[in-house]
Design a protein around this ligand. Structure first.
Ligand code: ADP
Length: 380
């Protein structure tokens, strides 16, 4: 186990691309942290800097209290699992898993034999220990029966387990994962996620995981680090990221269907708060907003998650059903409301396209953001 500390970490690639900027974060012993963001946001670069596969341009990287900025990867006690698994096709599973340990020898056998009279005995002991570790990892991952197979004779999920097993046998302080599930089909990906979480619990190891898939990030991480254009946007537990996104980007990146964003003005009135914009008016009593919403209308972006757009029977905002998507346990409804389109997520109900409905939005379940480019969350 290990703590990892990033202090204002930055990466400038030759040619001047600023891939990561001012990344500061402390990862605790045994924590599972997921770096997530759209393609090109710098998440792989950040992970590779932790691994030592990419030089650090700015800032400090500390593992267990020691600066490792200039430490080569093999001395960092870190194991990385890659997207393409990087298995050796000519070696069986057992050898693939043991490879990281076998490779550590610095001298050829003959030199070692001369240097140490106990060489042969030590070598047997070493081999036995490696075998034990491989077997134990294989058991944990349920691939014991595959040890003699070559990678070509394995399914995608099995290859993935072998790649994880190879990292496990090294018993590293830190596990790093770079999109390890993206080559698997959707169903297997979900299964492997659950396996990885269980594995994390069992090993109690510090894990850092990169994905572009927000759902994967939310389901795996103790904490999620959302990145955009090389900048950390938010570091928080998945639930907090979902319920209190730090800005518009995070709010829209996390959650499907994406959060509805309505541009308008919010004002405080004697009877409560009133939002008006894009042909939509919502009123409600919300004391929490009093400190920053005044009687003068203030321009805001009002965010509302689809599950908080309610299709009501009686009174509400008039809306037309434009499209309906059924998922069995729920449905998504695209509505035309005011001057715009809103998405609602609700329990299955008989709704036809073209139907006239009423929509209600509870202000207490909405989010407020600055309308400027940064789009920061407005808080009391
Ligand atoms: P992500 O993993 O989030 O998709 P990357 O960390 O791979 O993003 O890349 C971040 C940015 O750095 C991108 O703009 C990418 O084009 C750039 N980049 C990545 N690797 C290199 C490199 N070796 N040389 C120059 N630019 C690079």
């Amino acid at each position: 186990m290990a703590t990892i500390e990033l202090e204002a970490l930055g990466k400038i690639y030759p040619g001047g691309v600023r891939a990561v900027q001012g990344a500061s974060l402390r990862i605790e012993h045994g924590e599972f942290v997921v770096l997530v963001g759209p393609s090109g946001c710098g998440k792989s670069t950040l992970l590779r800097m932790i691994a030592g596969l990419e030089t650090i341009s700015e800032g400090t990287l500390t593992i267990d209290g020691a600066c490792v900025n200039d430490l080569p990867p093999q001395d960092r006690d870190i194991a990385m699992v890659f997207q393409n698994y990087a298995l050796y096709p000519h070696m069986d599973v057992r050898t693939n898993m043991a490879f990281g340990l076998l490779r550590r020898r610095r001298f050829p056998s003959a030199v070692r034999a001369l240097l140490s009279p106990d060489y042969a005995a030590n070598r047997i002991k070493e081999r036995q220990e490696i075998d034990t570790r491989v077997l134990s990892a294989a058991r944990t991952l349920g691939i014991e029966h595959l040890l003699a197979r070559k990678p070509a004779a394995l399914s995608g999920g099995q290859r993935q387990r072998v790649a994880v097993g190879r990292a496990m046998v090294r018993e590293p302080k830190v596990f790093l994962f770079d999109e390890p599930l993206s080559n698997l089909d959707a169903k297997l990906r979900v299964e492997m996620r659950a396996e990885l979480r269980m594995l994390h619990r069992r090993l109690g190891a510090t894990m850092v995981y990169v994905t572009h898939d927000q759902e994967e990030a939310m389901s795996l991480g103790d904490r999620v680090v959302v990145l955009k254009d090389g900048l950390v946007q938010q570091v928080a537990a998945p639930r907090q990221v979902y319920e209190q996104p730090s800005n518009r980007f995070v709010a829209e990146f996390v959650g499907t269907p994406t959060m509805n964003m309505i541009l308008g003005d919010m004002e405080a009135r004697a009877t409560g708060m009133r939002f008006r914009g894009q042909g939509i008016m919502i009123e409600g009593v919300l004391d929490a907003w009093k400190p920053f919403i005044r009687p003068q209308p203030r321009p805001v972006v009002l965010g509302v998650r689809p599950e908080h757009v309610r299709i009501a029977g009686g009174t509400g905002l008039p809306a037309t059903v434009e499209a309906v998507e059924h998922y069995g346990d729920r449905m998504d409804v695209v509505l035309h409301c005011g001057d715009r389109t809103l998405t609602a997520r609700c329990a299955p109900q008989p709704l036809q396209e073209g139907a006239q409905v009423a929509v209600t939005i509870d202000l207490a379940q909405t989010h407020l953001f600055d309308p400027d480019a940064a789009g920061a969350r407005l808080r009391a």
